[in-house]
Design a protein around this ligand. Structure first.
Ligand code: HEC
Length: 384
């Protein structure tokens, strides 16, 4: 008996330093809430920040292929909303980047053609502006934009295919609101472009950035191929009807990204880490060395907290950023197109105001609601 007690005490002490012995959270089937949504809801109600970090950690575990992280194997939106509006290939279909990309990658030291290549074509944020790199970035990257991408889980994807809303034709034919399954997940990732500058890559790795392989297309159609550093990750899922809204970023982002003021200032986050996130960050950063330079900014349920933003993804409109309220306007009307969440007014950036409270249902007459999923805006009309 005596002996059993002292072993418990010892292992508790050891647990403070060693994560995986202490944290009972199972990553086995976390994308399906380990088949126990009631338990997940309970965890959400106990500490939504702890659950958010557990999800973030699980998403960053090695994928079955041993090369990528789990979240990198989700389906990117450019493989869902195809340029010609055709039906996407099933979830999990291997993706082969354009041959120009693989040819260039083969000449870059350390690149592995079996690892994921992220298509980072997107640079304009929701407000139509890019976030510029600056500060401690090399001269060649100064003023260039932070890049981002959207990815979705199997449940999200299958629902989009089942409803036929992967193209505009399907969205235009809707006769009722969309309602995604509870196991739907979506991710939006922000990246600092590195290219093949190995000194800069080592500097970012030293600052705790996760580094992956990526490419984007130039205006002339040619491809840029190189490394990129993960600066931000939005993670959302539908454990609750209004979705759970979480966002993470690297603590060193202010060293590498700048505001659009003249002269520019380091870009910082004005919405968090929230008081509830602070101790949870310290705990998980101590546990997981690979993630120790990432922090949870906050977890939003409905309008609590009122504002939540990522400095890398809602950079210039953080003071008006409510994930829940803005995504709650995701809606489409045959006559008016997508709902316009940018309302005119004096309070906002250049007279634009984004919703920070739910927009009244009466404003959605004639619209079908898209269940918070704004990526559907990327759908194209089908080409014959
Ligand atoms: C003012 C409106 C607005 C705000 C505020 C906002 N978003 Fe978004 N979000 C969008 C739009 C529009 C897209 C689609 C962007 C695109 O296609 O490039 C999007 C895309 C996303 C995606 C990709 C999948 C999808 O379609 O839902 C995620 C995940 C996401 N946002 C999470 C968040 C989180 C978390 C927050 C708060 C921290 C947030 N957003 C704040 C408008 C907003």
């Amino acid at each position: 008996m005596r002996r059993a007690i002292s072993i418990t005490v010892l292992s508790t002490l050891a647990g403070l330093a060693q994560a995986d012995d202490t944290n009972p959270f199972s990553c086995n089937d976390f994308l399906n809430f380990n088949d126990n949504p009631a338990q997940a809801l309970d965890q959400l109600n106990t500490s939504k920040e702890t659950l958010s970090w557990n999800w973030f950690n699980c998403l960053n575990q090695p994928a079955p292929n041993g090369l990528d992280r789990v979240w990198e194997t989700l389906k990117p939106s450019d493989q869902v909303y195809l340029a010609d509006g055709s039906k996407p290939t099933p979830y999990g279909t291997p993706f082969i980047p354009p041959s120009e990309v693989t040819d260039k990658a083969a000449k870059i030291p350390g690149m592995n053609l079996k690892r994921a290549f992220h298509n980072l074509n997107a640079t304009l944020q929701v407000d139509g502006l890019p976030l510029e790199m600056g500060g401690s970035v090399p001269e060649s990257q100064r003023g260039k934009p932070v890049r981002f991408q959207l990815l979705m889980s199997e449940s999200t994807f299958d629902y989009i295919v089942d409803q036929g809303v992967y193209n505009m034709n399907g969205q235009d034919a809707l006769t009722s609101d969309l309602y995604f399954p509870a196991t739907s997940w979506e991710v939006k990732a922000g990246w600092l472009w590195i290219g093949s500058d190995s000194a800069y890559q080592a500097q970012l790795a030293n600052d705790g950035y996760y580094i992956a392989q990526a490419y984007y297309q130039n205006k002339d159609g040619s491809y840029e191929v190189g490394y990129a550093a993960l600066s931000a990750l939005h993670v959302i899922n539908k454990l609750v009807d209004g979705w759970v809204w979480t966002t993470f970023e690297n603590v060193n982002n202010p060293k590498y990204t700048v505001t659009n003021a003249i002269p520019s200032q380091p870009m910082t986050n004005s919405t968090g880490p929230t008081p509830a996130a602070v101790p949870v960050n310290a705990q998980f950063q101590g546990w997981y060395k690979d993630l120790s330079r990432y922090e949870l900014i906050g977890t939003q349920l409905q309008t609590s907290p009122k504002l939540l933003a990522n400095s890398q993804l809602e950079s210039a409109f953080q003071s008006q950023s409510s994930c829940f309220a803005c995504h709650g306007t995701a809606a489409y009307s045959k006559t008016d197109g997508y709902f316009n969440f940018a309302q005119g007014g004096d309070a906002g950036q250049g007279g634009i105001v984004y919703p920070t409270e739910p927009v009244p249902e009466s404003e959605f007459k004639g619209y079908n609601k898209l269940d918070f999923v704004w990526s559907l805006k990327r759908a194209q009309w089908q080409r014959p």
